[in-house]
Design a protein around this ligand. Structure first.
Ligand code: ZN
Length: 182
């Protein structure tokens, strides 16, 4: 008695909706300095980072070499290259998950707080803007592809608020970059 398990079209089950889920860009972090690979050169021990990167994130390493970072050469990684098409790990190392908060003085004493980068965490900007408005009781609007402007200087509080609401935003991924004048 053979059990027939034919795949009849239309009888697929179990994976409905799975393909519709969209994830934010996958960003790799250097395990040595915990920063996105293109920041390694500013880290405490870049050469150690690059050693690690060479084996673990060869794409990023190659890209850094091509950009002429830190006098790196491809000599070593070339030796490891297989012929033909290597299986490449797709790494978007040009877009690190990073949120930047800054304040801008507009006019005489009108401060606004600028938040850039929420999208790199896949955070819905419209929803975020709405929750800022509610939490800080002030105007907030999406002003760019990945930019939110909150009316008023809420820079003291906004980073805590963001991390409370989206715990995936770790301390290394969000920073206050200071006040700018416009
Ligand atoms: Zn590093």
């Amino acid at each position: 008695m053979a059990e027939l398990t034919t795949d009849t079209p239309g009888s697929a089950s179990g994976d409905e909706g799975a393909a519709a889920v969209q994830y934010p860009l996958e960003v790799e972090y250097c395990e040595i300095c915990t920063m996105p690979p293109e920041y390694c050169e500013y880290g405490p021990n870049p050469s150690k980072c690059y050693e690690w990167m060479k084996t673990n994130l060869p794409d990023c390493y190659t890209r850094l070499v091509e950009r002429g970072v830190g006098g790196l050469t491809l000599a070593d990684s070339k030796r490891q290259k297989r012929g033909g098409k290597a299986i490449r790990k797709i790494v978007h190392c040009e877009t690190p998950k990073q949120i930047k908060v800054s304040t801008v003085v507009r006019g005489k004493k009108k401060h606004v707080t600028l938040i850039v980068g929420l999208k790199t965490f896949g955070i819905d900007l419209k929803k975020a803007s709405k929750s800022f408005a509610q939490h800080f009781s002030c105007g907030s609007s999406v002003t760019g592809d990945d930019e939110i402007v909150i009316q008023g200087d809420v820079s003291d509080d906004v980073i805590d608020f963001i991390q409370g609401k989206w715990p995936e935003v770790d301390d290394d991924s969000i920073s206050f970059t200071g006040a700018q004048k416009k």
